[in-house]
Design a protein. Structure first.
Length: 413
């Protein structure tokens, strides 16, 4: 069954028209054909864990990107977006912290570049309906339940969540900068909210004053940030999510190391809002060096494809409680409750992940439209699912501009 959300402007990704595929690009693509999905009665892909270096191994030597600017809201009494008072677990210093800039920039692999690799890898001789559906979904924005869940594009609610992460969670991290953070993004797709958070973390760890920084010899004691980025489709993780991690860490992680000690991070200036990363120019060890550099910053990335449920949860290790080194959990999700068929299993997965952590140290932020016309899902039904399973919810952000209203909910146990 194929359907689309049917809202104009939902897909904020627009890379322009078709691009001619050069023969050289096709030759450079690894022979990594689109998965031939074997749909069982459950119509759910079995969960599978992936390493960053494995997902990046099939990339061509050059990838094109565009820059997404995420405004950080400054609410006023007349603003269309309202933020509540600071979260209860914020320390007093968080509410008085000043954010130096009013926007965050995130790099994304361009849609035409993803399309080029999909077309180069597809094998027409196999009559692979799954591959055709992935390409068709990329072109039209339509979703096909059990095959393609829309992860190649950046949807509107992901921006709401990224705005919140870039402001509220930045303050939370600053008030607990010596603690570890675990971030799980469900239905990550282009992973814009997680990448916005990565940018604030890299900036904060580079702009701490010397007396706030851990000595190099005690790097193991420095705060750790662990991402687990999840999407239903392995192809989305391989062609979109992992390349976006690569782009953002290359420009804003490695580049920010050149910042002056007391100043803001200074990533390499980008020639324009669109550009191209030539990894061949970086040398044969570029990717392994980048992966190692990520680890040296106490940042880690795991990836999981497939459907939610017991098998999915088994792939996410339970963090051992440590009084001397507490770990905070933040779960992010956007546009994941559009279908009533998956709302209950999503709510169950969310609450089970939260209950693994001590109460007060774990929360989930879920961004969604209030109603998904023609599909059946919506916020009210999801909240009922959460409450029926013993969870709690409250509205963190509500946007009342043109079209269907949107909210970001905070879910706790």
């Amino acid at each position: 069954m194929s359907f689309s959300f049917g809202f104009s402007g939902d897909d904020i990704e627009d890379d322009g028209g078709e691009t001619q595929i050069a023969e050289t690009l096709s030759r450079e693509m690894s022979k990594h054909n689109i998965s031939n999905i074997n749909l069982e009665k459950s119509h759910v892909i079995e969960p599978k864990r992936h390493a960053l270096e494995d997902l990046l191994s099939s990339l061509p030597s050059q990838i094109s990107y565009n820059t997404l600017t995420i405004p950080t809201p400054t609410p006023t009494p007349t603003s269309s977006s309202t933020l509540p008072t600071p979260l209860s677990n914020f320390q007093d210093t968080a509410s008085t912290t000043t954010i130096q800039s009013n926007h965050t920039q995130v790099l994304r692999r361009s849609l035409f570049d993803i399309r080029a690799q999909l077309m180069a890898e597809a094998d027409p001789s196999t009559n692979d309906d799954a591959a055709e559906t992935m390409l068709a979904g990329l072109e039209s924005g339509d979703l096909t339940s059990g095959i393609y869940e829309g992860g190649f594009k950046t949807w509107e609610c992901a921006l709401d969540l990224a705005c919140l992460v870039a402001t509220r969670h930045y303050l939370d991290m600053m008030s607990n900068i010596t603690q570890d953070w675990e971030v799980i993004e469900l239905g990550a797709g282009s992973a814009v909210p997680s990448l916005a958070l990565l940018r604030t973390f890299l900036g904060s760890t580079n702009t701490q004053k010397p007396d706030q920084q851990s000595p190099q010899s005690t790097n193991a004691q420095a705060p750790r940030l662990k991402f687990t980025l999840c999407d239903y489709n392995e192809e989305v993780l391989r062609l979109c999510t992992a390349p976006n991690v690569l782009l953002n860490y290359h420009y804003y992680g490695i580049g920010s190391k050149q910042s002056v000690p007391d100043g803001p991070p200074s990533p390499p200036a980008l020639a324009s809002e669109e550009g191209e990363l030539d990894m061949e120019e970086m040398g044969a060890t570029f990717l392994p060096d980048l992966v190692q550099d990520i680890k040296s910053r106490n940042v880690s990335f795991d990836f999981i494809s497939g459907g939610w449920g017991d098998s999915f949860l088994d792939l996410i290790p339970v963090s051992k409680p440590d009084a001397d080194r507490p770990t905070n959990l933040l779960i992010l999700a956007s546009e994941t409750i559009y279908s009533p068929a998956s709302s209950k299993i999503f709510a169950d997965t969310l609450l089970r992940l939260l209950r693994r952590h001590d109460r007060g140290s774990a929360k989930a932020w879920v961004a969604a439209k209030k109603v998904y016309f023609g599909v059946g899902g919506g916020v009210d039904e999801f909240v009922r699912d959460i409450e029926n399973q013993g969870g709690r919810s409250r509205v963190l952000l509500e946007t009342k501009d043109t079209g269907v209203g949107r909210v970001v909910l905070e879910i706790t146990t």
